[in-house]
Design a protein around this ligand. Structure first.
Ligand code: WT7
Length: 660
């Protein structure tokens, strides 16, 4: 740790010019992966190299084929193999005599704690699996889980996996409408939710939101309600609604054998935002996804069974699926779960948890690091963080200053940092340094992982020169990739494969819709989304979804939503709104617009600013100039506006942005 005599400014200055960092010899000597030959091994032995990932799992039936590419781009992995995800995350550790080791270390926002050993977790999962069966959940039925960060969420996920029922987790911060849209899209008749949870010390009513959503769900839903808040919040059960504890008590001691699933059977669905208004149901499978989550947890996060590992994300997003639940539990480590916000009751809450539990590995998002930075170094300094050996970030680009702050004030200049690029669709990490091998370059994620063939190309698909910006593409498939969009193969092809593939030549190229640049040493710097998706605090929001919520507000004629730079959130939502003739751009309308967005999506999509304008800047051909609106929101230079049909409107808008 830096000594107290080091004034912060000098410390920054000392590191300001340092462009590369090396992992310590101590870290390298204990790392799960430390031989650089792994890159060549994977390349020369592709796709069989992926057996290394599959070998981290226990299979009921060995697979025949590593990769079946008979129907590109509908790739299949480890075909012929059979396994169960919950057995891999629980039973085998218990069978190996590790049943009394901690699987989940949970802490509530108010400081209440719950711990589950592998044996205890297995018991709960079996009981809840029996509950689900009793309620009529059959193999392949989609069960929706609308739960906050409480242990019942991973328990329900693993119980679903045990009986072969795919789960679809809906982030608890999403609105009632968002829940209904996702349940309808997945034809899901089963819901697990709860009465409420704590946020900044307040008891939030979650059941009310779930009930409101259920009103718009087609068909009959069976609902299980977890009682998180006890007497703190009264709730009643309606028709077809059951109390979690009561159902569990009826199944006390139940044993439910894990169902053998085909490697390619669906493990879960995860809805994510895309360019159009409808969220995309990303389908992940049992063998490929689980082996990839386990492999990347092993190789990148350096997870070992005796670690206390903490990914401070929400399980409602893919990060939590892969790196709170499936990856770490498959490897038999202790995964820490925290219910609340990082600044409650004080801004040192996370560091207190690191110290109390002796966390070894800590994985979070740049937006959180920027907040820590703003709060100041005294908060981490108050705690003993010497248990940490590795740090990670995910979700958005991290600027070098935030990287160095994290490295210094959290990692004590001793922990390597992995800046991991990936997506809901990729299932797991794709571009990052391996912590026991790679030189770190703050701001640049690093080279593609072994076996991942990422390239930066121009709009024609040709690789760009080192240093130039282009589009990120991935040439080879990998086990953790999405298999399709649920019930929508056509959109799957359209969204990810149309742009750069050449089907006639049998060349299939995955397009993640990110811009990037590559250095001469092969390090990739991610520049951000190139589609109409905004990345707010590491969370993906579709501009179309927000626009349609705004246009649904009475008095609004037209709206354009863009992302603008934001110090803490990375990007924030800016809404440009044209009002109907009989209405005025009033504070009241502004409030109704914000409420409308919160109702349609959730508070995370709340516009930072709502700017009323008589017109939107349009090209002569009538297209909205989104780039210009983004520059206005970010306070950037506007450059040439002469191609606009209505250049005056720009000054008008510029005068308003940042005014209130
Ligand atoms: C988008 C995916 C991966 C889990 C969290 C988000 C951006 C992700 C990084 C990174 C720069 C990043 C990309 C990507 N992104 N990680 N390390 N550096 N950008 O998952 O909601 O599917 O969003 O997040 O733009 O496409 P997601």
């Amino acid at each position: 740790m830096p000594s107290d005599d080091d004034p912060p400014v000098e410390l920054e200055a000392r590191l300001a010019d340092q462009e590369t960092f090396e992992p310590s010899a101590e870290f390298v000597s204990q790392a799960n992966v430390s031989d650089p030959a792994i890159y060549d091994e994977f390349e020369q032995n592709w796709p069989e190299c992926w057996e290394r990932a599959a070998d981290l799992l226990s299979w009921d039936q060995e697979y025949d084929t590593v990769l079946d590419d008979g129907d590109e781009p509908f790739y299949e992995w480890f075909t012929g193999g059979e396994l169960n995800a919950s057995a891999n995350c629980l039973d085998r550790h218990v069978e190996e005599g590790r049943g009394d080791e901690l699987a989940i270390q949970w802490e509530g926002e108010l400081g209440d704690t719950r711990e589950f050993t592998y044996e205890e977790l297995l018991g709960e999962v079996e009981e809840f699996a029996a509950v689900l069966r009793e309620l009529g959940v059959a193999e392949d039925d989609v069960v929706t889980l609308y739960l906050p960060m409480i242990p019942e969420l991973p328990i329900a996920m693993l119980a679903c996996a045990r009986i072969g029922a795919p789960h679809s987790v809906v982030f608890a911060g999403f609105s009632a409408d968002a829940l209904a849209t996702r349940m309808n899209a997945a034809d899901s008749d089963h819901l697990v939710t709860c009465d409420g949870y704590y946020r900044r010390g307040d008891a939030l009513d979650h059941k009310e939101k779930a009930d409101e959503g259920l009103e718009s769900v087609d068909g009959d839903t069976t609902t299980v309600v977890v009682d998180r808040l006890g007497d703190e919040l009264e709730h009643s059960l309606g028709e077809n609604q059951y109390d979690y504890d009561e159902l569990l008590a009826e199944q006390e001691g139940a044993s439910v054998d894990p169902v053998s699933r085909d490697a390619e059977d669906m493990l879960f669905l995860m809805y994510t935002s895309g360019t159009t208004g409808e969220p995309k149901g990303v389908k992940h499978t049992t063998g490929g996804y689980l082996s990839y989550a386990a492999w990347t947890s092993h190789a990148v996060l350096d997870v070992e069974p005796d670690d206390t590992y903490w990914c401070a994300a929400d399980i409602g997003w893919i990060t939590g699926h892969s790196y709170i639940v499936y990856g770490p539990l498959a490897l038999g480590t202790t995964s820490v779960m925290y219910e609340g916000t990082p600044d409650y009751p004080e801004k040192d809450r996370l560091w207190e948890l690191v110290e109390d539990y002796g966390v070894d590995i800590f994985y979070t998002a740049p937006t959180a690091i920027r907040a820590f930075m703003k709060w100041g170094q005294d908060y981490p300094k108050e705690h003993d963080l010497s248990s940490l050996r590795l740090l990670g970030t995910v979700g958005e680009p991290i600027n070098p200053r935030a990287w160095k702050w994290y490295y210094t004030h959290v990692g004590g200049e001793e922990c390597p940092i992995v800046d991991t690029w990936w997506q809901t669709e990729t299932g797991g990490m794709m571009i990052t340094t391996l912590p026991g091998i790679g030189t770190m370059k703050p701001g640049s994620a690093g080279p593609p992982l072994p076996g991942i063939d990422a390239r930066i190309v121009d709009s024609g698909g040709d690789e760009v020169e080192a240093g130039d910006a282009g589009y990120l593409t991935v040439d080879n498939p990998w086990p953790g990739m999405l298999r399709t969009l649920y019930n929508n193969d056509e959109r799957f092809l359209e969204e990810y494969w149309r742009e750069y593939s050449d089907p006639d030549a049998d060349e299939w190229v995955y397009f993640p819709e990110d811009g990037a640049k590559i250095d001469s040493d092969g390090y990739i710097t991610i520049l951000g989304r190139v589609d109409d998706v905004i990345n707010v605090s590491g969370h993906r929001l579709g501009t179309m979804e927000i626009e349609s919520a705004i246009v649904g507000t009475e008095g609004v004629a037209e709206a354009a939503v863009v992302g603008g730079d934001h110090d803490l959130k990375g990007e924030a939502v800016y809404a440009y709104v044209i009002v109907e003739d009989d209405y005025e751009g009033s504070d009241d309308l502004r409030e109704r617009i914000v409420e409308g967005v919160e109702e349609a999506i959730g508070p995370i999509a709340r516009p930072e600013e709502v700017v009323f304008t008589p017109e939107l800047p349009k090209t002569r051909s009538g297209k909205i100039m989104r780039r210009l609106l983004e520059d206005l929101a970010s306070g950037n230079d506007l450059g040439d506006t002469s191609t606009l049909r209505n250049p005056d409107v720009v000054d008008d808008i510029a005068a308003q942005v940042g005014d209130d």
